[in-house]
Structures are given as structure tokens and as C-alpha cells.
Write a protein that binds this ligand. Structure first.
Ligand SMILES: Nc1ncnc2c1ncn2[C@@H]1O[C@H](COP(=O)(O)OP(=O)(O)O)[C@@H](O)[C@H]1O
Ligand SMILES: CC(=O)N[C@@H](CCC(=O)OP(=O)(O)O)C(=O)O
Length: 303
């Protein structure tokens, strides 16, 4: 006869059974669909968090969902630029990128960060392949043109952000091939221009464009805050596209949150079911979002 379970073990078993019962409908709903997860530089934290993140991604793959990881690395690029004594400036959450800066951006994003994430996923039992937008012509990009209205003169000026790009066309074939081979794509946010030049693209923007191109069921943007906060600092759990636009216009949303929400609007308008901004520093936040009813963070939905 099998030995009796002790009470602690039984409680743990019951909790696991409840978790599985709650998760099963979501596993069925998302089976065979793609979830794009943007892993922000601020969300990466220490090694333990990266390990938990990698385990969540592998688990998703094991239950039949296709995760695609798009990563950032803004703070890590900043550290390297500092070490190399290259000045760096942001406008509306975007790094002004001259020729010297783009070399460093490529080295950090497609090099050390991409390979660290690939290593973590592989160590967790998955098969990850690291690529950037230049591989397989995944992201054809063009120079980003951004206008800003001068508050004093009220005249709109075109800003020159250098080699900052925006996706012009995504070729998802390479992603489909990796997915069919049971592999997990890990994408560094660089694009290739018409003349072969490298563009630095905001990682949220890339995640949104990839999610739209593959018809993802969810776009998850992992960051270092609980989600979108209101003026009192309280988490907003759900926002329609119209509500997002209001918060942008009244200044509640600033800095790096601007490209994040612009991305959510674009992705949802282009057919992604919903986008979520959530805290990547919370252990298993990806699983909590995908496999529970209430989810976490701020959900951006069509209406
Ligand atoms: N309304 C808001 N709610 C939450 N965060 C906001 C808001 N407005 C601005 N932010 C800022 O946006 C930051 C997230 O953007 P960013 O630093 O670019 O993240 P990541 O590196 O993860 O992409 C937050 O840490 C916060 O400082
Ligand atoms: C144009 C632009 O700003 N590119 C970003 C790319 C990395 C990124 O987006 O990283 P996070 O997601 O960690 O912020 C940069 O140079 O920092």
C-alpha cells in the first residue's frame, strides 16, 4: 500500500489540482495560437527572474501554445554606452541613435542579451533560436519620422532620431518555420533598411508588429511597473482604445509608456485579440496572465 501523504503534501497537491483546473480552459483556448511576449530590459532583473521567465515560456510551448519572445535591453545598452563614453539621449521614450550608437545597440541587443535569453530558455528545457530583424529579412525597416509640436510657437517640427527605424514589412516565414520545428524564436529589435543599413527599433514596436503579422492571440509587454497607473498611482486593470488615447492626451501616460501604448493600439487595431502591459519582475507573471481568469496588469482591448 502506498504511504499516506502528509498534510502539507496534500495541501500542495490540492493547490496544484486547482491551478490545473483553472488553467485547462485557457490551455485549450490558446492551443496552436501564438503569444508574443516582449521582455523589457527593466523586467530582466537578476538571474533568478530570467530563469523563472524562461520556465514560463517553455511551459507555454509544452502545452501547445507558440510563444515568440521579443526582447529589449534599453538599460543594458545605456550601461555599455556609458562604459564606451558615448552620450545618449531619449526623445519620447526613443533613443536618438547616431552611427556610433547603432553599432553598440546591435552589439548589445543581437549579442549578449539575445544569447543570454536563448541560454536561459534552453537551460529550462526548450529549444530557443536567437535572431534579430535582419535575419531572414524578418523586419524590413525605414527611418522613423516623428513630428513634435513646439509648445511656444505651436509649429510642428520633424525630429531627426538618426538610425531609429520603424517596421515597414514583417516577413513571418522564418517564424513559422521555427514554430513548426518546435523551436522558440527570440528576436532582437533591429531592422534592415532598403540599403542594408541597420535600424534600432523600440522593442515594444517590434513586438506589436510581429504580433500583428502572425495574428497572435495575445501580446504581452513585460515591464517594471504593475501596468498603466492612473494619476494617483493606482493600477488601471482594463482600457479601451479610446480610453488609452484620452490618457495619452491628458499626460497620464509619459516616457517609455508612450511607445508601449501606441504599440497596444496598433496591435489591437491590426487584429491581435488583446494586449497586456504587466510587471515582469513578478515571478510567473506570464503564466498568471495567460492561464487565469482575472489575469494581471493592464489589458488593452478594442472597446
Ligand atoms: N501612466 C503610467 N503608468 C505606468 N508607468 C508609466 C506611466 N507613465 C510613464 N510611465 C513610465 O514608463 C516606464 C515603463 O517604460 P520603459 O522604462 O520604457 O519600460 P521597458 O524598459 O520595460 O520597456 C515606467 O517605469 C514608468 O516610469
Ligand atoms: C529606438 C529605441 O529606443 N530603441 C531601444 C531598443 C531597446 C529597447 O526598446 O529596450 P527596452 O524595451 O528595454 O526599453 C533602445 O535603444 O533602448
Amino acid at each position: 500500500m502506498a504511504p499516506k501523504k502528509d498534510i502539507g503534501e496534500t495541501k500542495h497537491w490540492l493547490r496544484t489540482a486547482r491551478t490545473l483546473t483553472e488553467a485547462l480552459p485557457f490551455m485549450r483556448r490558446y492551443a496552436g495560437r501564438t503569444v508574443v511576449v516582449k521582455y523589457g530590459g527593466h523586467a530582466m532583473g537578476d538571474g533568478k527572474l530570467a530563469e523563472l521567465f524562461a520556465r514560463d515560456i517553455v511551459l507555454m510551448k509544452q502545452v501547445g501554445i507558440n510563444p515568440i519572445v521579443v526582447h529589449g535591453g534599453g538599460p543594458q545598452i545605456g550601461q555599455m554606452l556609458k562604459r564606451l563614453q558615448v552620450e545618449s539621449e531619449f526623445i519620447d521614450g526613443l533613443r536618438v541613435t547616431d552611427a556610433r550608437t547603432v553599432e553598440v545597440v546591435e552589439m548589445v541587443l543581437a549579442g549578449s542579451i539575445n544569447k543570454a535569453i536563448v541560454g536561459a530558455i534552453n537551460a529550462a528545457g526548450g529549444t530557443a533560436i536567437g535572431i534579430c530583424g535582419k535575419d531572414g529579412n524578418l523586419i524590413q525597416a525605414r527611418k522613423l519620422r516623428r513630428a513634435k509640436r513646439d509648445p511656444e510657437s505651436n509649429i510642428e517640427q520633424l525630429l531627426d532620431l538618426g538610425f531609429v527605424g520603424e517596421p515597414r514589412h514583417i516577413n513571418p516565414q522564418i517564424l513559422t518555420a521555427l514554430e513548426q520545428a518546435g523551436m522558440i524564436p527570440v528576436i532582437a529589435p533591429l531592422g534592415v533598411g532598403a540599403n542594408g543599413e541597420t535600424y534600432n527599433i523600440n522593442a515594444d514596436t517590434v513586438a506589436g508588429a510581429v504580433a500583428a503579422a502572425v495574428g497572435a492571440v495575445r501580446l504581452l509587454l513585460l515591464t517594471d511597473v504593475a501596468g498603466v497607473l492612473d494619476k494617483q498611482g493606482e493600477l488601471i486593470e482594463s482600457l479601451s482604445l479610446a480610453e488609452v488615447r484620452t490618457l495619452m492626451a491628458d499626460g497620464t501616460i509619459q516616457g517609455g509608456m508612450i511607445p508601449k501604448l501606441e504599440t497596444c493600439i496598433g496591435a489591437v487595431e491590426e487584429g491581435v485579440d488583446a494586449a497586456v502591459i504587466l510587471d515582469g519582475r513578478v515571478a510567473h507573471s506570464v503564466l498568471l496572465e495567460v492561464f487565469t481568469d482575472q489575469g494581471v496588469g493592464t489589458l488593452v482591448r478594442r472597446d
